[in-house]
Write a protein that binds this ligand. Sequence first.
Ligand code: FPP
Length: 263
Amino acid sequence: MSLDQILAVIPPGSPDEALARQLNFDQLPSHVAIIMDGNGRWAARRHLPRVEGHRAGIDAVRDVVETSARLGIKVLTLYAFSVENWKRPKAEVNTLMLLLKRYIRAELSTLDRNNIRFRAIGRIDELAPDVQADLALGVERTAANTGMLFNIALNYGGRSEIVDAVRRAMASGVAPADLDEPIFSTFLYTGGQPDPDLLIRTSGEMRVSNFLLWQIAYAEIWVTETLWPDFRRRDLLEAVLAYQKRDRRYGGIKASPVALSAK
Ligand code: FPP
């Protein structure tokens, strides 16, 4: 994937083209994680029921999955349903599950054709059997694909993921003295995947909301006022460009020859 892949779907002369041409394809974030927020407010502004915001959010999901894959991002993780979201009205929860099932059924062939590997992360075994069945179908159909890995976080909580990882580590028989950070991370739902380099949150809220708590230790955070249903390719390109201007230090100092020789 490359500049050509993304330009193939961008109208020539558009602002998106100008943004895409500024990208450094050697410094893409390997893993982009997104907290999709603002569906309810998007609907409220239009005097629509909240679920219409979720429905409109599916278009944003499609756009972001396609753009990420074309850019060459290796892992995309979308936060679709948290362990706390069960507190919402039953009708809203049911609609979210229905939208998810419809999305998988409608998009599976496209994901597969584009070599995208689909995964669901979270306490999946607590979801309704019909939802689990559709998720399993998506995972199985795309298991052999080698392109972008697309994680949907469902019934997901960062703290419950860490608890689950501790349980799995204990069950594996690994000796406590042998447990270090790299080994522990293999027991997370995202075991074997790179940590997110870029965490995007829509709708302007400055919170991480129990999302990938272990994995975002060094992620760059980019927050936009755009509500999720309005989020499109341009927003993602802006986020990646902003990421590429950040100075990532991982707790150290900037590794420039000047800084090192002055020590
Ligand atoms: C947050 O907005 C959004 C959600 C809890 C659900 C996101 C789900 C989708 C976009 C649809 C299904 C996803 C996939 C991947 C098929 P909110 O309702 O909290 O908005 P508010 O803060 O404005 O009330």
